[in-house]
Write a protein that binds this ligand. Structure first.
Ligand code: NAD
Length: 473
């Protein structure tokens, strides 16, 4: 049983000034796993005040000093890697293999990359006689979602710290365990008091207060478009910088010569094995009409071979959804797909047999989907794929771009030149060709309603920097 009764503010664990206690349950079994203290507005005020005080000296540290600090953080991160993986499995229900193999390493990359970035980043530049400086922007309010509970809090925190900003982190309510470990990592690494603060709590309360706060210079938000809008509105009166990383409905175009084995691998890795809870999941698959049945004949056996169950079992390949609310949302979308006349190829409504206690959804594939259907337009955030037929590559590109989102896209083709040409025409922030791996240090972010700003690596750190010009006579 995990008990976290305190918030991490000004270099110490302390009881919330106001707030409540939240009980968390295991997404796979429904059993209570622990209790977490939720803070209130007064706790945000205390955390921001601590971060403002710490900013005075921390923002003046040299890049070399910050490299030393990040190196100490990396040592502690590695020491706690298994604890982080266990926390992700407990709070999110991700299979332990995925927690160890994806959730934790993608967070670690952020620390290692920031160290390398700081070694060469030009914080000052001379253009003629004009000096252009990049300076820490101020206190960073970081608001993160539940689906990547190590990567998102670590990535934002490390980029901010590398830039010389101080931090108030507000993680998702449903995934506080890994954020508590992150705070313990910061503490053990000797991060100075007030430089990193953790306030768990409700989105509208903690996130809202942070977004509106006069002491906060930048809010970096990752989550839903609905909450992003509220953050932007709350932040507007103080004209603070707001970056947002939002959802997607990412297309996967199979060109006519696509290797179906590669295409299915992309679908299984980035949609199904993540239980669809990935912002960049390839949830719309665009297939040449004449290859539709052939594609389904390779896809469906792979989907039906998924092993759902105990996330701690080694042979489990797909975990539950995080919550009953998320399960209900996914059911609603499957019902909409059926009502709209999409062809259910596998999966469907309800829970898989024997897994009724957890929030398990059946991995579902719809074929003959029209891009105007709700299941093709809205982010489901569950293991539901819409397969859409196309007649020409031009039409495929048009369908891929016919979405309010623009986070990621995938192209599969035997011809790398043709795949690249298609990739260049898709309006999305990240395109993977032929099942390429993500580079988690490359700039991450969306076009259109998938957000604004970029995270990770040098581009991510730049978001936390202000530009100053100094000229002398
Ligand atoms: P959410 O918007 O419900 O919550 C995200 C965070 O915002 C949480 O910490 C929440 O407590 C907080 N929040 C909620 N209401 C708020 C408010 N009014 N003011 C300030 N903060 C508020 O999203 P979620 O359900 O946790 O996450 C799923 C969403 O996140 C999906 O849409 C997914 O695509 C998106 N996401 C995007 C990326 C990306 O990099 N683009 C990465 C992961 C997840």
């Amino acid at each position: 049983m995990r008990e976290h009764n305190e918030l991490y503010i000004d270099g110490a664990w302390r009881a919330p000034l106001q707030g409540a206690v939240l009980e968390l349950t295991d997404p796979a079994t429904g059993e209570v796993t622990g209790r977490v203290a939720l803070g209130g507005e007064a706790d945000v005020d205390a955390a921001v005040a601590a971060a403002e005080r710490a900013f005075v000296s921390y923002s003046q540290t040299t890049a070399e000093e910050r490299i030393e600090l990040l190196e100490r953080i990396l040592v502690e991160f590695d020491r706690r890697a298994e604890d982080l993986a266990q926390a992700v499995t407990a709070e999110l229900g991700a299979p332990l293999s995925l927690a160890r193999g994806a959730h934790v390493p993608t967070g670690r990359v952020q620390v290692a990359t920031a160290i390398e970035v700081l070694k060469t980043y030009a914080f000052t530049e001379l253009r003629g006689e004009t000096e252009i400086r990049k300076e820490a922007l101020g206190v960073a309010g970081l608001i993160t979602p539940w689906n990547f509970p190590v990567l998102q809090p670590t990535g934002k925190t490390i980029s901010a710290l590398a830039a010389g900003c101080t931090v108030v982190l507000k993680p998702a309510q449903l995934t506080p365990y890994s954020a508590v470990i992150l705070a313990e990592i910061m503490d053990a690494a000797g991060v100075p008091a007030g430089v990193f603060n953790l306030v768990n709590g409700r989105g509208s309360v903690i996130g809202g207060t942070l977004s509106a706060h006069e002491g906060v210079g930048i809010v970096s938000f990752t989550g839903s478009a609905a909450a992003a809008e509220q953050v932007a509105v709350a932040a507007a009166p103080t004209v603070k910088r707001v970056t947002s990383e939002l959802g997607g409905k990412s297309p996967h175009i199979l060109l006519p010569d696509a290797d179906l084995g590669i295409a299915v691998n992309t679908a299984m890795t980035w949609l199904m094995s993540m239980t669809g809870q990935l912002c960049s999941a390839p949830s719309r698959t665009l297939v040449p009409r004449e290859r539709m049945e052939e594609f389904l004949s390779v896809l469906v056996p792979a989907v039906e071979a998924l092993k759902l169950g105990d996330p701690r079992a080694e042979d489990t390949t797909m975990g539950p959804l995080i919550s009953a609310e998320q399960w209900n949302t996914v059911q609603r979308y499957i019902r909409q797909g059926l009502d709209a006349g999409a062809r259910l190829v596998t999966g469907g409504l309800g829970k898989p047999e024997g897994l009724e206690a957890g929030h398990f959804a059946r991995p579902t594939v719809f074929a003959d989907v029209d891009n105007t259907m709700t299941i093709a337009r809205e982010e489901i955030f569950g293991p539901v794929m819409s397969v859409i037929a196309y007649d020409t590559v031009e039409e495929a590109i048009a369908i891929a771009n016919d979405t309010p989102f623009g986070l990621a896209a995938y192209v599969t083709s035997a011809d790398p030149t043709a795949a690249r040409a298609v990739a260049e025409r898709i309006r999305a922030g990240y395109v993977l060709i032929n099942d390429a791996e993500f580079d988690w240090s490359a700039p991450w972010g969306g076009y259109k309603q998938s957000g604004n700003g970029r995270e990770f690596g040098p581009d991510g750190m730049s978001e936390y920097l202000e530009t100053k010009v100094i000229r002398s006579s």
